[in-house]
Design a protein around this ligand. Structure first.
Ligand code: RM4
Ligand code: MN
Ligand code: MN
Length: 398
């Protein structure tokens, strides 16, 4: 018999899961690798059509991924001219084009940086690519343009750190001026790689300053893999929530550096802690507009499989964090009842929400077990045999 409290719990869980959406990256379906080698997968997508098809399969299985992040250079090499093709794919597959990601890291010109390059011509070239990307996003009705720069230097004394800040500020202000009222500019940070001495946007403080300086629709993008070991990411998230600068996430997990591993594979508790900060801010009535996105690149696992695994993990952790009894937690925090607070928090994390997510899937007509449904559904085998016949393209990004 289902008790009243069980059905209330289910309703709460269903509401939480119904409203959860996460964007998947087109590059997550393509062949990638590390700088040491690429292990080509026959099921990997080479064309944009294939990436949309894979995204539709992930959506069919999980119910939570309505949009696909696009990398301009990899997915729309002809820029604005490719917009009609993308629109046709959106209609055909029922997947929206998501955040638009300019590519400022592959052209030869960018050897010494893009928006922070000492050469004014190269800075202009980079800015014009960003402006094109804003235009593409406008035409596609994509709200977010996500900026990640490879800029930095490898050796002390070889670049003026301050001059580069000034160039970057200028470029971001100009980019912001070109945004439509509903558009946003998300500024991602990363402490190192490809530059190893300094990166021009190394952490959330730099991103925050740049966002504030650029204008009211610029926000910070937190890639969970872009932090030093042991950094307290949920504290960064809390600060960004408090200052209304949190624009979105690139979710992945890491052990050492920017490993781009499956979400929650190394430290699921960390994602729970981040989600708790967000639920808590929402319950406190803070204005939230956070784009959840995945930024992963699977070298060894099957790409669709890893994406489904990630989305399912995100759903579970989002739900777990929703179930934290925050009024009770607040009371324990106020009275400094440390162990009671900690046990409540950890206890919610240990709670197995899988029966709830399963029941929600069944209620929504989704497969009860998305990974199992993928395994038995034949999609991967079908695309493997179709795609395996031709020579596959390998993205140069690791
Ligand atoms: C960077 C960063 C960006 C991603 C590139 C390819 O490390 O995470 O978001 O677009 O990699
Ligand atoms: Mn990223
Ligand atoms: Mn990264």
């Amino acid at each position: 018999m289902v008790t009243q409290s069980e059905s209330a719990l289910f309703d709460r869980a269903a509401q939480t899961l119904d409203s959860f959406q996460i964007e998947i990256p087109s590059w997550g379906f393509a062949n990638t690798g590390t700088r040491f080698g690429k292990f080509v997968q026959t099921a990997a997508a080479s064309t944009l059509e294939e990436k949309f098809a894979d995204a539709a399969e992930v959506r069919r299985l999980t119910g939570s991924t309505p949009s696909l992040a696009l990398h301009v250079l990899w997915d729309m090499p002809n820029g604005v001219a490719d917009v009609p093709e993308v629109q046709a794919l959106e209609r055909r597959f029922g997947i929206r084009a998501g955040s638009i990601n300019p590519n400022l890291f592959q052209d030869q010109e960018y050897k010494f940086g893009s928006l922070c390059n000492p050469s004014v011509e190269i800075r202009e070239q980079a800015l014009s690519h960003v402006l094109d990307s804003i235009e593409i996003a406008k035409r596609l009705g994509s709200r977010d343009v996500s900026l990640w720069l490879p800029d930095g230097s490898n050796y002390p004394g070889t670049q003026s750190i301050r001059k580069r800040i000034g160039w970057l500020q200028q470029a971001l202000r100009t980019a912001h001026e070109h945004l439509a009222p509903e558009q946003r500019l998300l500024i991602e940070y990363k402490p190192f790689e490809p530059a190893f001495y300094h990166t021009d946007i190394a952490d959330w403080g730099m991103s925050s300053q740049l966002a504030r300086d650029a204008g009211p629709r610029a926000r910070v993008l937190v890639d969970t893999g872009h932090h030093y070991s042991s950094q307290n990411i949920e504290q960064i998230v809390a600060w960004l929530l408090h200052t209304n600068l949190l624009g979105g996430f690139h979710f992945n997990d890491r052990r050492y550096a920017d490993d781009d591993l499956t979400l929650g594979s190394i430290d699921p508790y960390q994602i729970f802690r981040i989600f708790h900060e967000i639920h808590s801010a929402a319950e406190d009535g803070l204005p939230l507009d956070i784009a959840f996105m995945i930024d992963q690149s699977h070298n060894l696992k099957g790409k669709i499989e890893a994406t489904v695994q990630t989305v399912v993990t995100a759903q579970e952790l989002w739900l777990k964090a929703a179930l934290v009894d925050r009024p009770r937690l607040a009371a324990f925090q106020q009275s400094c009842d440390l162990v009671a607070a900690e046990e409540l928090f950890r206890g919610t994390f240990w709670q197995d929400v899988r029966p709830l997510t399963r029941a929600w899937r069944v209620a929504r007509g989704l497969p009860a077990d998305p990974l199992e449904a993928l395994r038995t559904g034949g999609y991967v085998e079908r695309v493997s045999s179709e795609r395996g016949k031709r020579a596959t393209a390998v993205n140069s990004y690791a």
